[in-house]
Design a protein around this ligand. Structure first.
Ligand SMILES: Nc1ncnc2c1ncn2[C@@H]1O[C@H](COP(=O)(O)OP(=O)(O)OP(=O)(O)O)[C@@H](O)[C@H]1O
Length: 217
């Protein structure tokens, strides 16, 4: 699914954020991405999403080298990837159904199909009965579920999560993790950047560990 080959990234004027990364995430795998603050986890996720560009090396997504995509091809790449954030990033003046609909509106889908798919995504995270509520009326754990519904509404092959349990207590973190496991069982490849050692110990999975921009083996 994803293959990094000797990938490096340095931000303008900064020291290298990632250096010489080589690894493979097979289709259907579920992997943690760990490392201290500043180790390069978010940068690695941004390279996969095409938000940042590598300075060296190649990144293969389903056999296509995404380091060579031009800017018109990036939206097509992003439609195949769902991204879950630590801070949810929901639009506060839109219902949760509207929030989940957003990626489908952007992709130009018919309104009937948008409503059907967004409702199905909310149902999968157990929030269909709150479809017309504003985000402010939901708890932190529920808002995280809305973010996950929005990430999977396009039926992505790959789900990336950047500290998805960073704002949640242990019980809610396990709930959220169980959702990721469900999608993974349905065939979605999952990569979760996390500091959450309790979660990693309770739910062991293969780990990529970054140390100051290098992979630790
Ligand atoms: N837009 C940017 N411009 C310049 N430097 C950046 C930028 N984004 C990240 N960096 C630097 O790149 C390095 C890796 O940062 P990154 O955010 O990828 O780490 P992280 O492991 O995700 O950290 P955290 O766990 O705190 O989110 C850090 O030294 C950071 O200061």
């Amino acid at each position: 699914m994803i293959r990094f080959s000797n990938v490096s990234k340095a931000y303008l004027g900064g020291k290298p954020a990632l250096q010489g990364l080589t690894f493979h995430l097979p289709v259907g795998s579920m992997t943690y991405l760990m490392g201290h603050s500043g180790a390069g986890k978010s940068t690695l996720l941004k390279l996969i999403m095409g938000i940042e560009r590598a300075n060296g090396g190649n990144i293969w997504f389903n056999g296509h080298d995404i380091t060579r995509l031009n800017k018109h091809e990036i939206p097509f790449l992003r439609r195949q990837i769902g991204m879950v954030h630590q801070d949810y990033r929901l639009l506060s003046d839109r219902s949760i159904l509207d929030n989940v609909s957003l990626p489908l509106i952007i992709s130009g889908m018919h309104p009937h199909e948008i409503k059907r798919r967004a409702s199905a995504a909310l149902d999968r995270v157990g929030l269909l009965n709150r479809a017309n509520h504003l985000p402010i009326h939901l708890s932190g754990g529920e808002q995280q579920r809305v973010d996950i519904a929005r990430a999977i509404v396009n039926r992505p092959q790959l789900l990336l999560a950047d500290e998805p349990t960073g704002n949640l207590d242990e019980a809610l973190s396990l709930d959220i993790f169980s959702l990721f496991e469900e999608f993974n069982r349905a065939g979605v490849t999952v990569l979760i950047a996390t500091h959450d050692r309790a979660l990693v110990q309770q739910k062991p999975k293969p780990c990529l560990i970054l140390e100051q921009g290098h992979l630790r083996y």
